[in-house]
Design a protein around this ligand. Structure first.
Ligand SMILES: C[S@@+](CC[C@H](N)C(=O)[O-])C[C@H]1O[C@@H](n2cnc3c(N)ncnc32)[C@H](O)[C@@H]1O
Length: 270
């Protein structure tokens, strides 16, 4: 492995004195995340995503669905509202508390589980498992990501389907070839500065985000997310006992093109 790549992957893996960036303690996934992504995660978007799932998977009332990681529960709650039996699992207790409150307001019932996606405490239980909105790839290495797939496959019934929604590597490699700098301002006066770059040697999208709060305080987050090509995922799926059946380029179920921002993969437990 070339030295530059070895150093980068060591940095991605080993933070001996730091909580992993995706953990609750590190603070990226918390109240401010919901504010930063408010323009991305609109109710209309969630409804369109669930419409896609119902149609593409031909879901049946009462199907058992695992949403992991479920975040603040936007998919779990809408699925429960449409009469599916939903389990939402996530590492983050703040997000789970928000999800519970929203489920109570919507008067729906969801089984909430706090836990790591590498340890899913179910076996042969679900008709469908979801891993949506780029939650896959945030762990330290491909081996750790493989554990997520192994555990998800274990939790599915035979013939159960797995839906993985990630960024399209071709699109990212092309658009984040140079360092992309960008910023966003929010109605409460806070702002976030973002710097992104794709590293083709490690296949990781490296981001630095600086939050500037309205009192002038700054908080900096750095993280990297592994962006997989479809053929890499197909091999990892196979290892986990999942067969790739379909790839869509968006939630209108169009076939993927090099310009599709996202890849939505549908696999089946063999
Ligand atoms: C980008 S959000 C996506 C959440 C949700 N699927 C959605 O579409 O809104 C990523 C989520 O992954 C969760 N997460 C990150 N690492 C995790 C892990 N190792 N185990 C379980 N959840 C994790 C975070 O807490 C966060 O809720």
């Amino acid at each position: 492995m070339p030295l530059r790549q070895a150093v980068r992957s060591a940095i991605a893996r080993v933070h001996p004195f730091q909580a992993p960036w995706y953990s609750e303690k590190a603070g990226f996934f918390g109240p401010h995340y919901l504010k930063e992504y408010v323009y991305d995660l609109t109710p209309e978007r969630t409804l369109a995503e669930i419409d896609f799932l119902e149609k593409t998977l031909a879901l049946k009332r009462g199907d058992e669905i695992l949403d992991c990681p479920c975040g603040h529960g936007r998919h779990s709650i809408e699925l429960a509202r449409r009469s599916y039996h939903v389990t939402g699992q996530d590492l983050n207790s703040f997000f789970l508390d928000e999800a519970k409150k929203a489920a109570n307001r919507a008067e729906v019932s969801v089984r909430w589980v706090r836990g790591d996606m590498r340890e899913i405490p179910f076996e042969d239980t679900f008709d469908v498992a979801l891993n949506l909105f780029s939650a896959f790839g945030c762990l330290e290495s491909d081996e750790e990501d493989q554990k997520t797939l192994d555990q998800t496959a274990k939790a599915l019934k035979r013939g159960g389907r797995f839906v993985l929604d990630i960024m399209n590597r071709d699109y990212i490699a092309r658009t984040y070839r140079e360092k992309v700098k960008d910023w966003q301002q929010f109605s409460d006066g806070s702002a976030v500065l973002v710097e992104r770059q794709f590293d083709p040697a490690t296949g990781r999208n490296v981001q630095k985000r600086i939050r500037i709060l309205k009192n002038g305080k700054r908080k900096e987050f750095s993280f990297s997310i592994r962006i997989y090509a479809v053929e890499e995922l197909e091999a990892m799926f196979r290892k986990a006992g999942l067969a790739l059946k379909q790839v869509c380029g968006n939630y209108d179920a169009d076939p993927p093109t090099p310009d599709s921002m996202r890849h939505i993969l549908i696999a089946e437990k063999s």
